[in-house]
Write a protein that binds this ligand. Structure first.
Ligand code: DCP
Ligand code: MG
Length: 373
């Protein structure tokens, strides 16, 4: 890496819920969530800030959300609509830079180091982007501006919602001293607790631990902790993010206790997986089949196999059935959720990275915290 970079991280506020409110302004001001219905064991995808005051949050069971906030309105998600809005975000971003790395539908990194707009000021570019999103799309995005991805992401969250925060290169050293380690992407409850036991609460505390100690304790992720504690992160903004996997999952209304029912559910998942894979089949080929099982006690297991050279189709149902019947006895408990997926290789590409198919695909993922649940 050479020279100082200027990175912006953009993250829309309560994205799905804000889009729904934009589509139907009468919903303004009332507690609103998007997700699955409470009586069908649904889960909250997101909640607006009114609902968050009641403690409602993403990934919470909808039934629990209704208990916390009886007036909560839960709308079914409309992914096509959110995808459409997401591409409108990108139309705006592209006016400033081509170096855009989408992280999800509502989140992206922009490298504006070379941008000439706004006298090259990343802060002014971010302000202008926020204003245009508000005026042209009727939505609010928060922005973080910093010399690297790690700090830009922390910064976009700093004054959320409707917030903007800049960390200049000169401010980095001072900023990280007080930054709680919980703000580090990948430090969840498990890692935070381990660190607390070692007397570490802030990145300043973390700086006092030698690299060897961190690596001994956290493996490869120890190096990452060592760097970010000092505000260092040289990961580049990667414009065309290569897809590593594709998967479909289903949570059942009633737990499934018998294998034949699991097998027929797997067939339904395969139909959906095939439909989704067909859309990208001109760019990727599948290299592995993956089956995921979550039992009724929320423990889970995954099993995968290389797709053989014997000429069978990747979607050969019998192969998925066998993976399922191999994996299920590991827990041998009723099943709450089933997933079917494929690991992919780009056609003509080289990326064979092993990433967590159903979880965080950041290359800096912390295994200690991503394996919980
Ligand atoms: N999402 C989801 N399940 C989750 C988390 C998020 O389906 N466990 C979806 C719904 C969110 C969208 O992804 O609207 C973006 O995720 P964010 O984490 O950015 O959350 P929000 O944009 O909803 O809220 P905010 O960014 O204001 O915290
Ligand atoms: Mg968001």
């Amino acid at each position: 890496m050479s020279g100082q970079r200027k990175i912006i991280h953009i993250d829309a506020d309560s994205f799905y819920a804000s889009v729904e409110t934009r589509e139907n302004p009468e919903l303004q001001g009332r507690p609103l969530a998007v997700g699955g219905a409470a009586d069908r064991r649904g889960v909250i995808a997101t909640a607006n800030y009114e609902a968050r005051k009641f403690g409602v949050h993403s990934a919470m069971a909808s039934s629990r959300a209704m208990t916390l906030c009886p007036d909560l309105l839960i709308l079914a998600p409309r992914f096509e609509l959110y995808r459409e809005v997401s591409s409108r975000f990108h139309d705006i971003f592209r006016d400033y830079t081509d170096l855009i790395e989408p992280l999800s539908l509502d989140e992206a990194f922009l490298d504006v180091t070379q941008a000439s707009h706004c006298q090259g000021s990343a802060t002014l570019i971010a302000r202008e982007i926020r204003q245009r999103v508000r005026e042209e799309l009727g939505l609010v995005v928060s922005a973080g501006i910093a010399p690297n991805k790690f700090l830009a992401k922390v910064a976009s969250d700093w004054n959320k919602p409707d917030g903007m925060f800049t960390i200049t290169p000169e401010q980095v050293a001072g900023f990280v001293l007080e930054l709680p380690v919980k703000k580090i992407n990948g430090v969840g409850q498990v890692t935070a607790k381990k660190l607390r036991k070692m007397g570490v609460v802030t990145c300043g505390d973390l700086q006092s631990l030698p690299l060897e100690t961190l690596v001994r304790r956290f493996g490869k992720y120890g190096q990452r902790l060592f760097d970010v504690a000092r505000g260092l992160d040289n990961r580049q903004v990667q414009p065309s993010r290569v897809r590593k996997s594709i998967s479909v999952e289903r949570t059942f209304v009633e737990d499934i206790g018998n294998v034949p029912t699991m097998v027929s559910s797997m067939d339904e998942l395969l139909v959906e997986l095939k439909r989704r894979f067909d859309k990208i089949a001109n760019r990727y080929f599948p290299i592995k089949r993956v089956v995921k099982i979550k039992y009724n006690d929320f423990t889970q297991t995954t099993v995968e196999e290389v797709i053989g050279a014997s000429g069978e189709a990747w979607h050969d149902a019998a192969r998925f059935h066998r993976l399922l019947t191999t994996a299920w006895p590991r827990g041998a408990k009723p099943v709450r959720l089933l997933g079917a997926g494929l690991r992919l290789q780009p056609l003509g590409g080289d990326g064979l990275d092993q990433l967590n198919l159903f979880g965080d695909s950041e290359d800096t993922a912390n295994p200690a915290d991503s394996s919980v649940d």
